[in-house]
Design a protein around this ligand. Structure first.
Ligand code: HEM
Length: 122
């Protein structure tokens, strides 16, 4: 196992938290905790976790893109444009806090970034 296997592993681990956490939140926690005080604390904690996961994704992604000389790849460029829109949308979501319709938008953008990642790796 070389260092790039570890970097790839960390990229996938952070992706699992980032995407899986959204599914867990929407599918399990929101239906149970909607309107309760705990929901705010759960959302805050997941927000912090997501921020860390996003940091790991960017850090490991930049390393892999450099290692694989992939910066000229159209799929990576499309992935980064969608990622930029995703980050702006998350920022707006955190800023406004009440716009629930942004949740599915963030989820779809996240899936698009993930999908382009899978295309990149194959
Ligand atoms: C929300 C952010 C991100 C998500 C959800 C994500 C997700 C993924 C996924 C699912 C893969 C496929 C891995 C596999 O099939 O084994 C992947 C691969 C890859 N990602 Fe990301 N990624 C993100 C951010 C980034 C960033 C910011 C960069 C670069 C600046 C990047 C660069 C790459 C590269 C180069 C690969 C290909 C790795 C390989 O060929 O083995 N990713 N990503």
């Amino acid at each position: 196992m070389d260092i790039w296997t570890v970097v790839h592993f960390l990229h996938l681990l952070a992706m699992a938290f980032f995407i899986g956490g959204q599914i867990m939140l929407a599918g399990v926690l929101v239906p149970i905790l909607k309107g309760k005080d705990e929901m705010k604390a759960v959302a805050k904690r997941f927000g912090l976790g997501s921020l860390i996961a996003l940091g790991v994704l960017i850090l490991t992604g930049v390393q892999m893109a450099g290692h694989e000389d992939a910066w000229g790849d159209g799929n990576l460029q499309a992935k980064l444009v969608i990622l930029a829109v995703l980050i702006l949308t998350i920022g707006y979501h955190v800023h406004t806090a009440t716009k629930r319709w942004l949740d599915p938008v963030i989820f779809v953008l996240s899936l698009a970034v993930m999908g382009l990642g899978v295309v990149l790796a194959h």
